[in-house]
Design a binder for this molecule. Structure first.
Ligand SMILES: Nc1c(N[C@@H]2O[C@H](COP(=O)(O)O)[C@@H](O)[C@H]2O)[nH]c(=O)[nH]c1=O
Length: 223
């Protein structure tokens, strides 16, 4: 999969997604509405979980990534630290992404499995402006061209949901060195129905949303 071949997809024959607000936008790692609970922390998106996995040796950077409300902002804020990404990232990023998607599914079973099933048998493709590794880019003749590694992982997961859903009853941690979040070994994640945040997490979420909206209204005034 790490060396998935480059291929072209006929746009009208696939399930593609770009914006999280589209019908199949929930397939994007950026999509809200699929929260993940891990080691007592609420992580808002699979993107935040994935980006945090770059920095097992830098808990402060991991914290910054997982507390940020917007996954895009989290990714941008972590950009200056990218050079410090774990050195074996190229070797582990596909298994890490596969694991993140399984965790997203295990903790949002009803909604995410239903979304995967709703794609039927069509190829799943992330329609990306600039990334033809995880997704595919627009090409001539209404084609999407790329390695589409994220789409392939989603199709792999769809097949598991269809034929062997009990494989997602538990998601084991990856057997790689330093598979760590905020200084703690990542545990086995058990399937549960959609994550309901606990009281402390609700307070934390409400607090950071309120701070953000206060900041925004200040900015609005300044503008
Ligand atoms: N959709 C989308 C992106 N694509 C997503 O970025 C993730 C991998 O990021 P990287 O660590 O840079 O390889 C993966 O979840 C892929 O689907 N990246 C973006 O900067 N903007 C975007 O709108």
């Amino acid at each position: 999969m790490a060396h998935a071949e480059f291929r072209s997809y006929q746009r009208d024959q696939v399930v593609s997604f770009r914006k999280t607000t589209e019908d199949f936008g929930g397939l994007s790692n950026m999509a809200p509405g699929f929260p993940i609970a891990m080691l007592g922390h609420l992580i808002r998106t699979s993107e935040a979980l994935y980006q945090a996995c770059r920095f097992p040796h830098m808990p402060d950077v991991q914290r910054m990534v997982i507390v940020e409300t917007s996954p895009m902002t989290a990714k941008m804020k972590s950009k200056p630290y990218r050079k410090d990404t774990r050195p074996d990232w190229e070797d582990v990023r596909v298994p890490v992404m596969r694991w993140c998607l399984r965790v997203k599914l295990a903790q949002n079973w009803e909604t995410f499995s239903a979304l995967l099933m709703a794609t039927g048998d069509r190829p799943i493709v992330e329609d990306s402006r600039k990334d033809d590794y995880w997704g595919a880019k627009a090409a001539e003749d209404d084609l999407l061209a790329g390695r589409n590694v994220l789409g392939r992982l989603l199709m792999e997961l769809r097949e598991i949901v269809r034929s062997d859903p009990d494989r997602i009853a538990e998601v084991l941690p990856l057997d790689i060195p330093q598979f760590v979040l905020l200084g703690h070994q990542i545990p086995t994640i058990k399937r549960k129905m959609n994550v309901v945040p606990n009281q402390a997490q609700v307070r934390e979420l409400t607090h950071s949303a309120a701070k953000k909206s206060a900041r925004k209204s200040k900015q609005d005034v300044l503008l």
